[in-house]
Design a protein around this ligand. Structure first.
Ligand code: 3EB
Length: 312
């Protein structure tokens, strides 16, 4: 009942369909364009006009509460909140406020369980050491989760990437029923990374499984070339892709209670020159899995690629 597709149908046409939970046009703007449209600032690597589309079974209702834009059905809600260019100047404080507002809407609307977050930020690797934008974002996010009483065991799957424009967006999918969150035995839990990666650890699970109306889903977080807590294959895209896909295979084997098959990859590539290699590799190893390739900055400067998955 929840499906992810990548298609070239114009965003406005998709947005008007009542079975569309949300449309994410892969364009270089990161700002609200009306209910149901989530522009993230991330562009498709081949500069084709591509939209990511999430459809549901049943009718979607859309609305706005304060600065939160939401779309809901009986059993799932999507809530998005943007930050302006100015607000991104104090990313920690405004991340905390935006997350607080999003979690407030979930609470108010009776969707107690966020199960998948996406975070798209400008200049994610700008700033040195603890002052890096990504690290300050992590502190704001952790503070908001702590204030909402969400413990590390309940942190949902997530992705956090940088785009090359102004403004930030955070959006979430949440349910009324409890999802199951998983870690990766080959990686230190993100929320337990050692101090060298920042004052506050990243608040996310490696994968989140959910069953809605007898349909089973698995959301695999943005996954990269990390073993333990260390980046492997610095400067080596072939090695990074091998480690990344090894991590994904391990999650598919150990964090997938209903053994959901891979349905789609969203691939984030730091350098355009690496796109062809990754595209060729994935399309030959996974010819039946839909994939979209975006140009993005990964949250650690030494990471060249990050891949998230939807399984259904
Ligand atoms: C990592 O494994 C790579 O901060 O929400 C992947 C997925 C990463 C989500 C986040 C960060 C996030 O640490 C980076």
């Amino acid at each position: 009942m929840l499906k992810q597709h990548f298609c070239s149908t114009p965003a406005k046409a998709l947005q008007s369909r009542e079975d569309v939970l949300a449309v994410m046009p892969l364009i270089n703007q990161c700002e609200p364009f009306g209910n149901g449209l989530i522009a993230t600032g991330l562009e498709e690597a081949g500069s084709e006009a591509v939209n990511e589309v999430w459809t549901v079974k049943g009718k979607v209702t859309r609305g706005q509460t304060g600065r939160c834009y939401w779309s809901e059905t009986d059993d799932v809600i999507c809530v998005a909140h943007w930050l302006t260019k100015d607000e991104c100047g104090d990313i920690e404080q405004h991340t905390k406020t935006a997350y607080g507002a999003i979690l407030g809407v979930l609470d108010e609307k009776g969707f107690a369980h966020p199960f998948r977050f996406w975070n798209y930020l400008p200049a994610i690797n700008a700033g040195d050491g603890d002052h890096e934008v990504y690290k300050k974002f992590c502190t704001g996010r952790l503070k908001a989760f702590e204030e909402a009483g969400i413990s590390p065991q309940a942190f949902p799957a997530a992705s956090a990437l940088g785009h090359h424009n102004d403004g930030a967006v955070f959006y979430v999918f949440a349910s009324r029923i409890k999802p199951r969150h998983y870690n990766n035995h080959h990686q230190v839990n993100a929320y337990e990374y050692p101090r060298q990666y920042g004052i506050s650890s990243p608040s996310f699970a490696r994968a989140t499984a959910l069953t809605l109306n007898d349909s089973h889903f698995l959301f695999i977080s943005g996954t990269a070339s990390i073993t333990g807590h260390q980046t492997l294959g610095e400067g080596d895209i072939e090695k990074q892709l091998t480690v990344t896909m090894g991590n994904i295979r391990h999650l598919l084997d150990t964090a997938n209670p209903e053994q959901c098959p891979l349905s789609a990859f969203k691939v984030y590539v730091r350098h355009e020159k690496d796109v062809a290699y990754i595209r060729d590799w994935l399309s030959s190893h996974y010819p039946d899995v839909e994939a979209v390739y975006t140009l993005a900055d990964i949250c650690r400067k030494d990471l060249l690629v990050e891949i998230e998955c939807f399984c259904a």
